[in-house]
Design a protein around this ligand. Structure first.
Ligand code: DAH
Length: 350
């Protein structure tokens, strides 16, 4: 009998050592120590044994039970701590992963996204970013930009007048004189912001956005203007773009130019790969993107006492429509779509 008990014990020990999880261990406990187990049967049968066998068999059986219980306990502890570690490892929350908000995070409106792209280019070129008031004095919006009261150029901009002296600014250019009043030269800045005109159709909205640029220093030429705008055009429309200037007229620049970028749809050829005329540049290979020029000395005279002596400093200015840039880059067919706030449209950008 003690031999059988030895076998039973080593069989149980081997099985317990193999058990891979706590559930299997529980099955083994029932099998080797349960009410119907061989060991329990042996213990129960001791009283029926011849008296001289009872002592040694009982002792051996009890030892076997204790050993199996100990081995079971040890294995359970080992498995439980292993399982805990595994669960901790699996359930660990990685706080560096992006969150899972109940609503998807929004995105920038295509106008703001474009505005930031434009700002980034000029900040990279050493320009500051400034903003100015949308409700503006006639003086800054027109007069100090070389447009005295009866100047015909005023009629080109359908102005919202709040009073005789106060308007909703029709362009971002009034910040030119305001900024020069605030700081002496040199000045390198861009001014993004909203502007207003009494105009409304597929290509005009009564409120739209512009970015003004102004650079005043001692040795600035039209070449600097072209170089800066070439960098700008390449950053926004692709590295192969070129720019050209055509002469134009603005009251506050002399000379004034209109700046074109080589067409990014046809690569400047004017026709598409299938030979048809490129509708974007209308077959010309060039697209107008902004107005610019050398700041007219008459403008500098308004801030001469602030250090802007037109004999000593000069510079360039430019003004572009943000909607126009966005609409060229994304092929938006109707400017009004930008302000209808239809998510099906807005979610395509930004
Ligand atoms: N302010 C002009 C407009 O709204 C755009 C413009 C043209 C701005 C030439 C400039 C410039 O600074 O030099 O039509």
């Amino acid at each position: 009998m003690p031999d059988r008990l030895d076998d039973l014990r080593s069989e149980a020990e081997a099985a317990i050592a193999q058990a891979g999880d706590v559930a299997t261990l529980e099955d083994l406990r029932v099998r080797y120590l349960g009410r119907k187990s061989e060991l329990t049967t042996i213990l129960r049968g001791i009283r029926d044994l011849p008296p001289e066998e009872r002592g040694p068999t009982g002792q051996a059986a009890n030892e076997a039970r204790q050993t199996i219980e100990q081995v079971l306990d040890m294995r359970r502890e080992a498995l439980e701590s292993g399982e805990l570690e595994r669960r901790l490892a699996e359930d660990r929350v990685d706080v560096t992963l992006p969150g899972d908000p109940p609503w998807p995070v929004g995105r920038l409106h295509v106008i703001n996204a474009t505005r930031r792209d434009i700002e980034d280019v000029f900040v990279g070129l050493g320009f500051d970013v400034a903003e100015g008031p949308e409700v503006e004095y006639d003086y800054y919006n027109f007069e100090a930009l070389n447009m005295p009261p009866a100047h015909p150029a005023r009629a080109m901009q359908d102005t919202f007048y709040l009073s005789q002296q106060v308007v909703l600014r029709t362009h971002t250019s009034p910040m030119q004189v305001r900024a020069m009043e605030l700081q002496p030269p040199p000045i390198y800045m861009v001014v993004p912001g909203r502007v207003y005109r009494r105009d409304s159709d597929a290509t005009h909205t009564p409120m739209f956005h512009q970015v003004e640029g102004l650079a005043i220093d001692e040795d600035i030429t039209l070449g600097d203007l072209v170089g800066v705008l070439r960098e700008f055009a390449r950053a926004l429309f692709g590295p192969d773009r070129d720019v050209k200037v055509r002469s134009s007229y603005f009251p506050f620049t002399e000379p004034s130019v209109e700046v074109d970028v080589s067409c990014f749809a046809c690569g400047g050829k004017g026709h598409l790969p299938d030979g048809s005329r490129d509708p974007l540049c209308k077959g010309s290979g060039w697209i107008e993107i902004l107005g610019a020029g050398m700041v007219d000395p008459n403008v500098l005279r308004f801030v001469e006492t602030n250090g802007y002596d037109p004999e000593r400093v000069q510079g360039f200015a430019f003004g572009m429509g943000i909607e126009r840039i966005a609409f060229l880059r994304h092929g938006i067919p109707d400017l009004r779509m930008l302000f209808e706030n239809d998510l099906r449209m807005l979610e395509q950008f930004g």
